[in-house]
Design a binder for this molecule. Sequence first.
Ligand SMILES: [Fe+2]
Ligand SMILES: [Fe+2]
Length: 175
Amino acid sequence: MARFPEALSEQVGYELAASQQYIAIAVYFDVETLPQLAASFYRQSVEERNHAMMMVQFLLDSELPVRIPGVAGPETDFGSARDAVALALEQEKRVTEQIVALVGLARDEGSLVGEQFLHWFLQEQREEVSSMSQLLATVERAGENLLLVEEYLSRTSGGENALEAGAPPAAGGVL
Ligand SMILES: [Fe+2]
Ligand SMILES: [Fe+2]
């Protein structure tokens, strides 16, 4: 019995948990009156939700069972902006490991279609780990003066992500 479909449904839960975690981080920055940081995490949250729905669409297209899991509650207490961004980076690294394990499972079970579907997520994770570690470095360099981070984000964010064009279809449509 192939374990890949069930493992992919589990990953739907991890993506939704990541989405919720990013809402919690966005709200933290909103409370701190750091609107650019808040906006960037609200956007990340939507992206994680889209990842979940891409996986759902793959399961639907493959006529595999789709199970929508419950999610663990997010961390909501952050000692500092640095802690919040460090948690986000940790989360992206963990998701990368999860995707790599899924690719391994798909390959072991001869699901080449599933493996090919996941290749986009490998690229996406490389991009997300890299942009989150850049953000962490920026926050660390800014120290107490987080307005420098706000200014940096207002100059750099909002660009088109080249990966979006090649993204797999999402159930119900991408947001
Ligand atoms: Fe994701
Ligand atoms: Fe992510």
